[in-house]
Design a protein. Structure first.
Lengths: 420, 638
């Protein structure tokens, strides 16, 4: 094996370009979102946009660092990195301060670090490492259990930190598992469970149970009355009932009041534009008032005058929608879709199984963030505070997404030197 | 493996694509198709800030200010911005107690911690001056200028009227107004409201989520400028008005003085009156309630709303009609008595008289006879027709109709129709002898002091009048609203007026109103004593002067004061002297008038025409009697 001639050899410049475009667009939109006449320089370090500039600069340095490190390092050090991150997450539980209901940040000097953001790429590495190990087959129960544990461990700790949104992101790995041979039934079951979940929240559980029961009975009567059919239908029906009951339980016993309210508002069970529905309502107004072409850069009134809360972080998409209109939101979404397609394309050209699995993980995480963040802003997903990759203000998230992506860029550029 | 993975890649990419497509469809719907979000966004961020223009000022005919705007300040509070402060000093500056400070702060907080609300209303400029210097110490407080209506002379309350905040009914009726706006509620403030109020300006500003102003919307493209209200010049003579009010203090009644050649009202006094400044600002509702309870009814605008039987003053119009119709002439004399069945009208002893003397001595039998000769005259056929003819003359003098004065709440008085008497006595079953008391101004007659003054204008002008009005100029232009420039003619020859003038001159020189003489001015006048079945008679006097070039026509009515010559005539005379000579040559008389107290005791009774008025109302809708004006209105009703 020969060494790489230059660290920039074989870099996928298309991927890097999309990344740069998104980051700069994010920066400009943060400037618009928290625009302050008294500090109107985008480089003003006392304002969010000035700070974001620092985050972008440091991210580029981090990206450079990643490119410099040898391509074999990541696969080799996947487990230690994972272990270190899990430890860090546990430390957070002990030392972190409570910010907006979540204990997810540790103070490092004047900056706050959010380890849960970094847990994502660490988990992705560990999962890729594990699944690419020789003689590991997805069909084995042991494999499923260990892979599941790798994903659920950080999710559980983050849930304990009260950061439900970040914990949910780990569900994204189901795409990776599916790609690596997990039965499609799992995906279908997952989909049905989600469907039942929503129905169960909207309809009273005993009505739903009766409906499921009678549906099962009708299907059985229509089918041939064999013992096998009876067993299959009976188990499916019971499983469905189990989902319904657990949803009921989870909704009433596990979810906290504010989470229940957010779900109620999303499902239209409650209309509360001043209270729990305020964020979503204001977000819809901001995006909806943008029209086809938008109000123009820095002309957005809803975001600039603070009607939309968390506008530079969780609701940054509102600024895009208000100032750039449907054209702007379409461009941003298509850029993300292009990014996802490119990552999947890159994944499939790898000889290295590790790189491929890692790439799928990157795509899944980015997709999940995009789906929840934009879905929340346009009222299609519950209000779960997770950032829009590369766009949202915040050092931890920008760093972690940069690391996530550039490790892939490095691995991909190294693909000619890896046989497996 | 490879084939299977192609399928899985396809599924994963399909899910990615599907979610993005769903998002794009949703965005297309909320951004392009649905309009309501734009509206909501504007509601969020746009505020329409109203700039209130200063209300127009009112001047008297000599340029004296009657109404102006005083700057006051509302102290506003934004509780969120209030920081630690010296509460004691603050309370001292405002002149409030600590308890009320705590109370007000709590109220403001309850309203909103972000939005500004009024902490202390209408702080006078003097208090504000000291407060302003210290205001920087108190974060979260700022002053907002407002104006308050002021009437510097404390005079002419009924004429000027007052302003108040609009209520829901008014907003419904006049869409111009919005809650919190001020509107003229009575007097000039009401009738010239559209001139005085000016035009509201609107600034469209953008606010942030805490309702803080952030700048103009589109650089003020949609703003409109406030236009200051128009100043008015009143025809009032403030000096004369004040003097009249002083003369009428402690008496109940009215004085109306008009410049005959123009119809301009020089003074219009309703007594008892009140200080117009009582009806301003924070104290208005309390004062209003108290004035309303007062048994002498200071809020009642007597010159335009109270009507009285005109008594002997009515003999003038009755005479003019008879002269014009040729019923009598200047030499006519009648027997010194008037007899109807067992009743007879008697007179006080005086030498036998022809017309001029009858006016001079106010001979009741003479005018009863004149009235009977008129109404029962054969040339009209039936008495009804005679009465109708007579009535049409009376109406042309402005009796029983609204004159159309430029102020609200004018009443038309009472002049019975043929239908009215038909209803009471039966059709054709009444004649002059049934209703003879009309001839001497008693009976079912009701005339307002304003109408009386206007009649004197007609007599002074020898046959015409301009509608009485209080506003001469709107801005710099003469007031040509409401047909005020139109000359109303009365169909009676100048010669006949001369005869009546002769009689009226004698009234003052050698008749019932000798008290009214001053220097060499030739005054024409007529006393009256309106019978009041509920108490002492009302004292009445009408006059104009000088005879050859009338400058002032005046009607004075003093309730329950007895004979016209004792109270009404001196007051009228003093006012004429004041207006024409600007000084008083008879201090003793003035002293007596100023000191006179003619207020009712506990047994005070209202003006005795209410019952007749009620009967008239029942007759409404019946045919209206002739005269040109009435015919017109009748046609309109049809």
């Amino acid at each position: 094996m020969r060494r790489q001639k230059s660290i920039f050899e074989n870099i996928d410049w298309l991927l890097v370009s999309i990344y740069l475009v998104l980051v700069v667009m994010g920066w400009l939109n943060i400037y618009a979102a928290v625009y302050n006449v008294e500090h109107n320089s985008i480089f003003d370090l006392t304002q969010s946009y000035g700070k974001q500039m620092i985050w972008i600069g440091s991210s580029l340095l981090i990206a450079l660092g990643i490119m410099i490190i040898d391509g074999k390092f990541y696969a080799a050090f996947s487990y230690p990195i994972y272990a270190f991150m899990m430890l860090l997450l546990l430390v957070v539980l002990v030392v972190a301060r409570d910010i907006k209901g979540a204990v997810a940040w540790i103070d490092i000097g004047s900056f706050k670090l959010q380890p849960s953001e970094f847990a994502k790429f660490a988990t992705n590495m560990a999962l890729a490492k594990y699944l690419s190990t020789l003689n590991i087959r997805m069909e084995d129960l042991k494999t499923k259990i260990i892979a599941g544990l790798i994903v659920l461990l950080p999710a559980a700790i983050i849930l304990k930190q009260n950061d439900t949104g970040s914990a949910l992101v780990f569900a994204a790995f189901i795409f990776v598992l599916y790609r690596e041979g997990l039965s499609q039934n799992v995906l279908i079951f997952g989909f049905f469970a989600a469907f039942l979940f929503v129905i169960a929240l909207m309809v009273k559980s005993y009505i739903l149970l009766i409906a499921i029961g009678s549906l099962g009975l009708i299907v059985y009567l229509l089918m041939r009355k064999t013992r096998k059919n009876l067993l299959v239908i009976l188990s499916i029906t019971l499983l469905a009932c189990g989902v319904v009951k657990s949803v009921d339980f989870a909704y009433n016993k596990i979810l906290q009041a504010h989470q229940r309210e957010r779900i109620d508002v999303l499902l239209g069970k409650k209309s509360d534009p001043k209270g729990a529905g305020y964020n979503v309502n204001q977000s819809l107004i901001a995006i909806g008032s943008g029209g086809l072409l938008g109000k123009g850069y820095l002309q957005g009134t809803q975001t600039k005058y603070d009607f939309v809360p968390e506008q530079s972080t969780d609701f940054i998409f509102c600024t895009v929608g208000e100032e750039w209109g449907f054209v702007g939101t379409t461009v941003v979404l298509l850029l993300f879709l292009g990014l996802l397609y490119r990552i999947i394309f890159i994944a499939e050209r790898q000889r290295s199984q590790y790189t491929r699995i890692y790439a799928y993980g990157v795509a899944s995480i980015l997709f999940f963030h995009l789906m929840i963040n934009v879905g929340m802003a346009i009222g299609l997903a519950p209000v779960i505070g997770i950032p829009l990759p590369f766009f949202s203000y915040g050092g931890s998230s920008l760093w972690s997404f940069t690391i996530l992506l550039f490790v892939l860029v490095k691995l991909d550029s190294y693909r000619m030197y890896i046989l497996r | 493996m490879n084939n299977a993975s192609t399928g899985q890649r396809f599924v994963v990419l399909s899910i990615f694509t599907a979610v993005i497509i769903i998002f794009l469809l949703r965005l297309f719907y909320i951004q392009v198709l649905e309009e309501s979000y734009t509206v909501s966004a504007n509601n969020n961020v746009l505020r329409y800030v109203i700039d209130y223009p200063a209300r127009g000022m009112i001047y008297d005919r000599k340029g004296k200010i009657l109404a102006y705007n005083q700057a006051v300040y509302d102290l506003m509070i934004i509780p969120r911005q209030v920081s630690e402060m010296d509460t004691m000093e603050f309370c001292q500056l405002l002149g409030i107690t600590k308890e009320s400070f705590i109370d007000k702060l709590a109220k403001a907080k309850q309203f909103s911690t972000y939005k500004a609300s009024i902490f202390e209303k209408q702080i006078p400029a003097e208090t504000y001056a000291t407060l302003q210097e210290k205001l920087y110490k108190f974060n979260g407080f700022y002053a907002q200028p407002r104006t308050l209506r002021k009437y510097p002379d404390n005079t002419a309350a009924h004429l000027l009227g007052y302003i108040g905040e609009v209520n829901d009914d008014l907003i419904k009726k006049y869409p111009y107004y919005r809650s919190g706006d001020y509107i003229g509620i009575s007097g000039i403030e009401q009738s010239y409201e559209t001139d005085l109020r000016g035009k509201r300006g609107v600034r469209v500003v953008m606010v942030d989520v805490f309702n803080r102003e952030k700048g103009r919307f589109r650089n003020g493209q949609y703003d409109t400028l406030a236009i200051t209200g128009t100043n008015l010049v009143s025809s009032l003579d403030a000096e004369l008005q004040k003097y009249g009010e002083k003369l009428m203090q402690n008496k109940i009644g009215s004085v109306v003085a008009i410049e005959p050649s123009t119809g301009e009202i020089l003074a219009m006094i309703s007594s008892p009156s009140y200080d117009p400044n009582l009806m301003v600002g924070r104290v208005r509702s309390r004062n209003y309630a108290e004035l309303l309870k007062d048994p002498v009814k200071p809020l009642f605008n007597r010159p335009m709303m109270a009507y009285y039987p005109p008594g002997s003053t009515f003999k003038l119009t009755s005479t003019l009609a008879a002269l014009q119709e040729g019923i009598i002439n200047e030499q006519t004399s009648f027997a010194h008595s008037f007899r109807v069945g067992s009743k007879s009208v008697k007179c006080h002893p005086h030498p036998p008289v022809e017309l001029r003397g009858a006016i001079q001595y106010s001979c009741n039998p003479y005018f009863c006879n004149t009235f009977r000769t008129f109404v029962d005259n054969r040339k009209y056929g039936k008495s009804q027709h005679g009465y109708e003819k007579w009535r049409s003359y009376m109406e042309s003098f402005g009796i029983g109709i609204k004159l159309g004065v430029d102020m609200p709440h004018e009443l038309k008085g009472l002049l019975p129709s043929v239908a009215f008497y038909d209803k009471i006595y039966g059709s054709g079953r009444w004649k002059a002898s049934t209703i003879y008391s009309l001839g001497i101004g008693q009976g079912e007659l009701g005339i307002t002091p304003l109408q009386m003054a206007n009649i004197i204008c007609i007599i002074a002008n020898k046959g015409y009048y301009y509608t009485p009005h209080v506003i001469k100029k709107i801005g710099n232009k003469p007031n040509d609203s409401r047909n005020l420039q139109e000359k109303h003619m009365v169909n009676i020859s100048q010669r006949n007026f001369e005869i009546v003038h002769d009689g009226m001159q004698k009234v003052v020189e050698a008749g019932t109103a000798r008290v009214a003489r001053f220097d060499t001015t030739i005054i024409c006048g007529k006393t009256g004593t309106a019978q009041n079945p509920h108490g002492k008679d009302h004292s009445l006097f009408v006059a104009f002067a000088p005879r050859d070039n009338p400058k002032i026509a005046i009607a004075v009515m003093v309730e329950n004061a007895g004979f016209g010559g004792t109270w009404a005539a001196p007051i009228a005379s003093l006012m004429m002297e004041k207006y024409l000579r600007d000084s008083i040559s008879r201090p003793a008389l003035e002293e007596r008038m100023l000191k006179g107290v003619l207020l009712p005791g506990e047994d005070y009774v209202k003006v005795p025409v209410i019952k007749v008025q009620k009967e008239l109302k029942e007759l409404k809708g019946e045919k209206v009697v002739d005269t040109n004006k009435k015919n017109e209105t009748a046609k309109k009703h049809l």
